[in-house]
Each structure stands twice: as structure tokens, then as C-alpha cells.
Design a protein around this ligand. Structure first.
Ligand SMILES: NC(=O)c1ccc[n+]([C@@H]2O[C@H](COP(=O)([O-])OP(=O)(O)OC[C@H]3O[C@@H](n4cnc5c(N)ncnc54)[C@H](O)[C@@H]3O)[C@@H](O)[C@H]2O)c1
Length: 207
């Protein structure tokens, strides 16, 4: 797909991986609607890109708020060709931790945002992408979802230890590296229906 001139939604675009993807897409000529719960962070990123980005405060787990994001993207930029799901949380809890069993509420919240929220945005964005004019190859749009091999809301020393355990390079990934991959996914039409690990060959051990 040609990113230049195309319209995208990035959930969680106010921070981290999402913000890096907003930057990469706008730099490639795309127009981006940022959806995030954190209005301050999302608006700040959108302001950086002037008329090429807009912000909608939304909880991805909410049907109506998700629909409002898609409607805003279509209204602002005429159509929708892509969705990148980056809104997510990662509570660093073990099934049995020092303080007892994993809290059920935090697990349910994580499933709500990372799984149901992702599906909510997929279904709503797909309905809009379906109505977008296909390009010369017949492509209407692309959806990219994000997952994690590990939680990252961890103390700094745990993150440092995790980084050192990556075979090569021995560090955690950088948002710009992830954004570069997402850009390539959009631009390479044969890359479809695939799960891609961007993890320096890290395989998590039992502990
Ligand atoms: N950072 C990494 O290295 C890394 C690696 C692999 C996977 N991941 C996963 O990618 C996702 C994003 O990671 P990140 O590091 O960018 O996190 P982050 O905390 O920097 O950004 C997440 C954004 O999502 C938003 N958000 C949270 N809940 C929301 C909701 N219900 N509705 C709308 N927005 C919501 C937050 O406000 C925040 O701006 C997470 O699920 C994380 O587990 C991160």
C-alpha cells in the first residue's frame, strides 16, 4: 500500500510504540488519527504533526467510543486504509507472586484492553476499510495488531535484566525499530496474515 496520502488510526498513539508509529506514518506521508485514553499525551503528539494528525480521546474497550474514532478518521481524512492497535497494558504480575496469587481484576482488565479492545477496533475499522476504494492491486487496507512476549510495566532493574537476556542485540527493542517494521508491513503487499516476532531471538524461560 502507498502510505502517502492514506488515512490510518493508531490506538495508544499517545505513547511508546504507538507514538513512534504515528511519527513513522506521518513522515511517510500518511495522515493519522490518534486514539488514546490519555488526552494530554495524545493531543501533544497530534499537535506535533499539525493537519496530518488528529486526536480522539477514546477507550478502545467501548463500542461507541471506538466507533467515534473511526468516524472521526473518515471525516478528517476522507477514508480509512489502516489500523495499528497499540493501546495496551502489561501488569507485571506472576500467577503466584511474592504477595500471593495474581489479582483477578488486573488480569480481567488486561484481557479487556489487550484482547477485547483490540477486537473492538478491528471490527469497527474493518467495516470502514471495506468501503474504501481499492488501489490498483485491489487492496483496501491493512490492520496491524501488537502483542508482547513479556510485560514491560516492570521495575527498571527487571527491564535491564530482561534486556541482557536477549541473545542479540542484548537490549530491549526501540520504538523506532517497531515503527519501521509496521511501515514495512503496510508497504509490502505480500506480507499478509503473518505473526512477526521482533525480539532479538528472545525466548522467555519458565522464570
Ligand atoms: N514497549 C515495548 O517494548 C513492547 C514490546 C512488545 C509489546 N508491547 C506491547 O505493546 C503495547 C503498547 O506498549 P507501549 O510500550 O507503547 O505502552 P505505553 O504504555 O507507552 O502506551 C500504551 C498507550 O495505550 C493507552 N491506553 C491504555 N489503555 C487504553 C484504552 N483502554 N483505550 C485507549 N488507549 C489506552 C495508554 O494511555 C498509552 O498511551 C502494550 O500492549 C505492550 O505490552 C510493548
Amino acid at each position: 500500500m502507498l502510505i502517502r496520502g492514506a488515512s490510518f488510526i493508531v490506538t495508544g498513539g499517545g505513547s511508546g510504540l504507538g507514538a513512534a508509529i504515528v511519527r513513522a506514518l506521518v513522515e511517510a506521508g500518511g495522515r493519522v488519527t490518534i486514539a488514546d485514553l490519555n488526552a494530554e499525551a495524545g493531543q501533544e503528539i497530534a499537535r506535533e504533526f499539525g493537519s496530518d494528525a488528529c486526536f480522539v480521546k477514546a477507550d478502545v474497550t467501548d463500542g461507541e467510543e471506538g466507533a467515534a474514532v473511526v468516524a472521526a478518521a473518515v471525516e478528517a481524512f476522507g477514508s480509512l486504509r489502516g489500523l495499528v492497535n497499540c493501546a495496551g497494558v502489561a501488569p507485571a504480575e506472576k500467577v503466584i507472586g511474592r504477595d500471593g496469587p495474581h489479582r483477578l481484576e488486573s488480569f480481567a482488565r488486561t484481557v479487556g484492553i489487550n484482547l477485547i479492545g483490540t477486537f473492538n477496533m478491528i471490527r469497527l475499522a474493518a467495516a470502514a476499510i471495506q468501503t474504501t476504494e481499492p488501489d490498483a492491486e485491489g487492496e483496501r487496507g491493512v490492520i496491524v495488531n501488537t502483542a508482547s512476549v513479556a510485560a514491560f510495566d516492570m521495575p527498571a532493574e527487571v527491564q535491564a535484566a530482561l534486556g541482557k537476556s536477549v541473545p542479540f542485540p542484548p537490549r530491549l527493542g526501540r520504538p523506532a525499530e517497531f515503527a519501521g517494521l509496521v511501515r514495512h508491513i503496510f508497504e509490502n503487499n505480500m506480507l499478509n496474515g503473518e505473526v512477526i516476532r521482533l525480539d532479538g531471538a528472545l525466548r522467555m524461560g519458565a522464570r
